[in-house]
Design a protein around this ligand. Structure first.
Ligand code: FAD
Length: 480
């Protein structure tokens, strides 16, 4: 079999990449080790950043998300017997997060890939990448006892932390950075009404607690436990009791208890591998990095990796331009490290630390006090929590335009700010017509390539530039 991009792993990263490539006319094949039922049964992330929800909508996977996802404009920190709401929406100029289970994202992506004839090979065993430094890499695998081989142009390893992708780098070609935390999260899922309409992250002398949700009557709760805790030692009754003891009294009083339908232990780890590519092999998602779940960043980082990687592949297949693929690792890692920092910081802020009675505990409580009393500190938390922007290829493009057109630096910088008054594109624009039309529909650009809306969003500009190639020298940006 032949394809353009061979994808290892049918989790959210692999499925999303395949879907983006498909709507951009690029073929891919996904090899997944597990059965589909197993992949769909995994209960994991549930807080989606706007970058991910925008991407899902752009590739026709947003309908159910828009119907069933819960948009949250705030998040709560509970400590010292009180609860403080961080106004995400107000502090970030209108940005929000959406609560929608990873299981649902995965289901929607599987359905979209099936409907569009995508090739996903489940229960593929012994997947092995070959010839990664040549122009014709390949993936071999076994299915139902038979050996198969897929020839491709590129291999995307979206196969999670324990996958084969990262292991295929030659020894010495990867540098890894790791921090393992001495605690884990014991989580349950239960068909009960959530404790609150927005998430509550709690810091308590007995340990961290998180009240989250997946749907109107589907709650997800976590309590901090030892990293090697025995899950079987936790009856539902013990779990609910511990949860309530760690929450402010009024919140605990409103907790609806019920039988757990899933109970599991998640160890906490920070991990990054650098670089994210070797020859024609690219790592995306958990294959290249792990964050502790405290900042709700894992799934979202997988999506931003896929965004950068797909941009590189779209440029390559559209115009033979390899610069996006060459820059992939560096671009993705810039955003990854910021999310690593934020997830580590939130973990250290909210968990019971080894020296809780000493200096560490005192500093932690001072930081919570400072954070919840400072608009600047809350804004920093909010902008990280809703998700930092995807640094666009267009930034490079605009820099090129700057040097070739004598536009003033001020005008070009204005385009990188969230709002500006007018964009005029005066000459040739090339790109797939249907994609241009889609970008135009979402950003009010008419076919004469002049924006009619006086104030247009940053996202709309980036979405347009992502799908089009504008001849350098043709762009005029008029500052607000
Ligand atoms: C309890 C928990 C809570 C979390 N909460 C959040 C949250 O709120 N927000 C957030 O953003 N993130 C969260 N995360 C993290 C998030 O779930 C992951 O970051 C996300 O699943 C990464 O997606 P992925 O596609 O990169 O990897 P995975 O989901 O791990 O998918 C990899 C796929 O590759 C397959 N595979 C592995 N090896 C092979 C092989 N050799 N051959 C073929 N296929 C293979 C696997 O079966 C799997 O289907 C949470 C994680 C956990 C465990």
């Amino acid at each position: 079999m032949k394809t353009q991009v061979g994808i290892i792993g049918g989790g959210p990263a692999g499925l999303l990449l395949s879907q983006i490539l498909h709507v951009n006319g690029i073929d891919s094949v996904i090899l997944e080790r597990q059965t589909r039922a197993y992949v769909l049964g995994r209960i994991r992330a549930g807080v989606l950043e706007q970058g991910l929800t925008d991407t899902l909508r752009r590739v026709d996977v947003g309908d159910r998300l828009d119907r069933e996802g819960q948009v949250h404009g705030g998040v709560n920190l509970a400590f010292g017997g009180r609860m403080v709401r961080i106004d995400l929406e107000g502090l970030t100029g209108g940005k929000t997060v959406t609560v929608y289970g990873q299981t649902e994202v995965t289901r929607d992506l599987y359905e979209a890939r099936d409907a569009m004839g995508g090739v996903i090979i489940d229960e593929a065993e012994d997947v092995t990448p070959h010839d990664l430094t040549t122009d014709t890499p390949a993936l071999s695998y076994r299915k139902d006892g038979e050996a198969h081989r897929i020839e491709c142009d590129f291999v995307a390893a979206c196969d999670g932390f324990h996958g084969v992708g990262r292991q295929s780098f030659p020894s010495g070609s990867l540098k890894t950075y790791e921090k393992v935390y001495p605690f884990g999260w014991l989580g349950i899922l239960s068909r009960t009404k959530p404790a609150n309409h927005e998430l509550i992250y709690g810091n308590h002398e007995r340990g961290f607690v998180l009240c989250s949700m997946r749907a109107e009557r589907l709650s997800r709760y976590y309590v901090q436990v030892a990293a090697d805790e025995d899950v079987d030692a936790w009856s539902d009754e013990r779990f609910w009791d511990e949860l309530c003891r760690r929450l402010p009294e009024d919140v605990a009083a409103g907790i609806e208890q019920g039988p757990s339908i899933e109970k599991s232990l998640t160890p906490l780890r920070s991990f990054v591998a650098e670089p994210l590519n070797y020859g024609r092999l690219f790592l995306a998602g958990d294959a290249g990095h792990i964050v502790p779940p405290t900042g709700a960043k894992g799934l979202n980082l997988a999506a931003s990796d896929v965004h950068y990687l797909s941009e590189g592949l779209i440029s390559y297949y559209g115009s033979g331009d390899e610069s996006g693929l060459r820059a992939y690792s560096e671009r993705a890692l810039r955003r990854i490290w910021k999310a690593e920092r934020f997830s580590w910081w939130m973990t250290m802020l909210m968990h019971k630390l080894a020296d809780d009675d000493g200096f560490g505990g005192k500093v932690q409580r001072a930081e919570l006090d400072y954070l919840t009393g400072s608009q600047a500190a809350m804004t920093a938390l909010a902008e990280n929590y809703v998700g930092l922007p995807y640094y666009p290829r267009s930034r490079d493009f605009l820099n090129q335009a700057s040097s070739s057109t004598n536009r003033s630096a001020f005008q070009l910088r204005a385009a990188l700010r969230p709002s500006f008054s007018r964009i005029e594109l005066n000459s040739s624009i090339s790109g797939d017509d249907s994609r241009l039309a889609r970008a135009m529909a979402s950003s009010s650009i008419d076919r004469s390539m002049t924006w009619r809306t006086p104030i247009i969003s940053y996202e709309a500009l980036m979405s347009f530039l992502l799908y089009s190639t504008v001849a350098a020298g043709s762009l005029a940006i008029v500052a607000a």
